[in-house]
Write a protein that binds this ligand. Structure first.
Ligand code: FNR
Length: 183
């Protein structure tokens, strides 16, 4: 088995908990699964005028998505919704019209916040968009990381055993979904 996953963090912040979470998923990936963390920090803001001559960063995003068997989207929560950098990447990946690169890709959605509610509002909004993009979201288990500031050490390594178990549970179900989707 050789599965390629393109993973996206919805935060550009240097010390982002969301990015640390994506790295924990990468670190705990089962044997045979390679996780590439895609840099979306250099994508221009979506502007349809740019579609006549797509910027290289957009072409690179398209290649990363096309070459992936599945997608991980991790989002912080901003005002009870998901992050604009993630929306920008999702929108660019769906363009030009009729060339939706996300089509039929299995996707796991991760919410992350230092506060209490696990970024539920962000995940809930994001899931609506993934349905329209015709992706295959992992339904269960859902993944919400609350209290993220207490879950990593100074080097950004995951230290929380309960979170590790949650990540392993997501990987088990996500791997099944990806295998079914590829068969
Ligand atoms: C936030 N934050 C936040 N947190 C939350 O749990 N629910 C929310 O609705 C919001 N709203 C919000 C709006 C804006 C504009 C900012 C900048 C922040 C706090 C947020 O969870 C916190 O800054 C995280 O650390 C951001 O994630 P990263 O960068 O650590 O991955």
């Amino acid at each position: 088995m050789s599965i390629k996953i393109a993973a996206f963090s919805g935060s550009l912040r240097k010390d982002s908990y969301t990015t640390k979470l994506v790295k924990a998923f990468q670190h705990l990936a089962p044997e045979g699964i390679a996780v590439e963390i895609v840099d979306i920090s250099q994508l221009p803001l979506l502007n349809q005028d740019l579609e006549t001559d797509l910027p290289q960063q957009v072409k690179d995003l398209h290649s990363s998505v096309e070459n992936a068997d599945a997608i991980i989207l991790a989002t912080p929560e901003y005002n009870r919704s998901y992050s604009p950098v993630l929306k920008n990447a999702l929108d660019w990946g769906s363009r030009p019209q009729g060339q939706n690169k996300w089509d039929k890709k299995p996707v796991a959605v991760l919410g992350c916040t230092p506060y209490n509610l696990g970024a539920f509002g962000a995940v809930n909004h994001l899931r609506q968009v993934l349905v329209y993009l015709n992706m295959q979201p992992l339904q269960q288990p859902e993944f919400y990381l609350a209290g993220a500031a207490e879950k990593f050490d100074e080097q950004g390594n995951l230290t929380d055993e309960q979170t590790r178990k949650m990540i392993t549970a997501v990987w088990t179900s996500f791997t099944e979904l990806i295998s079914k989707s590829n068969s």
